[in-house]
Every structure is written in structure tokens, then in C-alpha cells.
Write a new protein. Structure first.
Length: 135
């Protein structure tokens, strides 16, 4: 899962702007077992040049080994993505991956990402926010 942009959660949250059309954007952060996180993609601009002119983001959370542990394609009544109130299972590094519609991870039998399915179908600018939830 490299290269990855590091997100510093020392203050309780981190926000990073990004762009994705083909491929994936990868972010990393460190968390502790029991931390509850919400991860949001807020699309700020839809750009031309891909099959779909929409804000259809996808969001994936992987552990340090590259094992998929959470994902979201569409929020209720929206194409934007959110992983809400996820409890971190163990201390360590984690990876958040932002893609667009139809660019899903291909996983092995252990749930570890091997490669990605396609180049995606939208071209978006977004704000990614990772926020620790209070206990």
C-alpha cells in the first residue's frame, strides 16, 4: 500500500484534499485498539473525462497487512462514501483508499488486496476526513 500520504490523528482528526479518476489514492494513519473512527469522502468537484459525470466515490480501510477490514460505496441517498463508527481492532498502521465506482480491490482468500479491478468510472476532487469518535 505505497506510496501513501500520512494522516496525523494526534489532534483527533485529519483532513486531506485529493483527486482520483483512474487508480487509487492511498492514505495511512496510526491508531490504537478500541479507537472508534469515522472516515468520510466529501466530493467537492466533479470533473469531465471519464465514463460517468457523478460523485460516485468508494472508500476502503485496510490493516497493516493489506487486509480489507471495512468498506463503503454509497451513503444513504448519496454516491459519496462513509465508514462510520468503526472500532480499530489492534494497535498499528492502517490504510484508507479512495477510488471511484467500479474500481474494487481483488482480494486473496485471506482478504488481502492483490490488485485493483479497474481504473474507475468518475473523475473527482474530494476532502477525506478521518475523525476519532469520543467514547
Amino acid at each position: 500500500m505505497s506510496p501513501a500520504v500520512n494522516l496525523d490523528l494526534a489532534s483527533g482528526s485529519a483532513t486531506q484534499s485529493g483527486t482520483v479518476s483512474s487508480g487509487q489514492q492511498v492514505y495511512s494513519f496510526v491508531a490504537r485498539a478500541g479507537d472508534r473512527l469515522s472516515i468520510d469522502v466529501n466530493v467537492t468537484r466533479i470533473m469531465p473525462g471519464t465514463p460517468f459525470m457523478d460523485d460516485d466515490s468508494q472508500l476502503f480501510l485496510f490493516d497493516a497487512a493489506g487486509r480489507l477490514i471495512a468498506q463503503n460505496d454509497d451513503q444513504e441517498r448519496s454516491f459519496q462514501s462513509r465508514i462510520a463508527n468503526f472500532t480499530i481492532p489492534a494497535d498499528g498502521s492502517y490504510f484508507v483508499v479512495v477510488t471511484t465506482f467500479n474500481n474494487d480491490p481483488i482480494l486473496n482468500s485471506s482478504g488481502i488486496v492483490l490488485r485493483w479491478e479497474s481504473d474507475g468510472g468518475s473523475n473527482i476532487e474530494y476532502l477525506l476526513t478521518v475523525r476519532k469518535q469520543s467514547s
